[in-house]
Design a protein. Structure first.
Length: 82
């Protein structure tokens, strides 16, 4: 299944603040994830439909509903779960 992708304004701002190489890595991993959630994807404990994708020291936080991946944050691993 191929998922649609939606990025929130907050996630876009966080991506723009990163180095170009990190942005490219995240972009490649997100594109791979769109095909059947490939990659290091895990459901967050205690959250109904929230997931994370691990890309090095960064975490791409998203929700998954009806074939749509909605990215709401891109954070450093130390700040991602606060």
């Amino acid at each position: 299944m191929r998922y649609e992708l939606f990025l929130s304004e907050k996630a876009l701002r966080q991506l723009r603040a990163l180095d170009k190489t990190v942005r490219q890595q995240i972009g490649q991993r997100v594109e791979a994830m769109r095909n059947d959630l490939h990659g290091d994807v895990r459901k967050l404990e205690g959250k109904s439909n929230r997931y994370r994708l691990r890309v090095g020291n960064r975490r791409v936080l998203f929700t998954l509903e009806r074939g749509v991946i909605a990215v709401y944050a891109v954070k450093d691993r130390k700040e991602a779960y606060e």
